[in-house]
Write a protein that binds this ligand. Structure first.
Ligand SMILES: [Zn+2]
Length: 129
């Protein structure tokens, strides 16, 4: 149990570090055409690559913005930190569950879930609390 706690502390520190540099969105390259008549971009040689970040806004719509070249590397690191943050949080949630489960003995004991012969247990229809 104490190993779960120390692992949890480690993950919490990791969350804190990642959260400091996390940036939301996916870094991608785009090519575009300009408004200049006769420019090579209209013959298939588009301008680019331009770096941009796309992300899902709170309204569910995809949004984006261009990233200055000088910030590309740090932007990429920030986006990677966000992704890692998600997996670390997931791991943390699992440690939280283990701790909660381990504390069961200190509360009223619940009857064990009834198991079917194949070892699976029936999960009742979920009801949000
Ligand atoms: Zn052009």
């Amino acid at each position: 149990m104490s190993s779960i706690r120390s692992e949890r502390q480690r993950l919490l520190r990791r969350v804190s570090g990642l959260a400091r540099q996390a940036l939301f969105g996916t870094l991608a390259e785009s090519y575009r055409t300009c408004g200049q008549p006769g420019c090579r971009c209209h013959q298939g040689k588009k301008h680019g690559p331009h770096l941009y970040v796309s992300f899902r806004g709170e309204d569910g719509k995809t949004k984006g913005y261009y990233v200055p070249k000088a910030l590309a590397e740090r932007m990429g690191a920030g986006a990677a930190a966000w992704q890692e943050l998600l997996s670390v949080l997931r791991e943390l949630a699992e440690r939280n569950r283990e701790l909660l489960w381990a504390s069961r003995g200190t509360n009223r004991a619940r009857p064990p879930a009834r198991r079917k012969r194949d070892g699976s247990s029936r999960v009742p229809t979920a009801k949000r609390l």
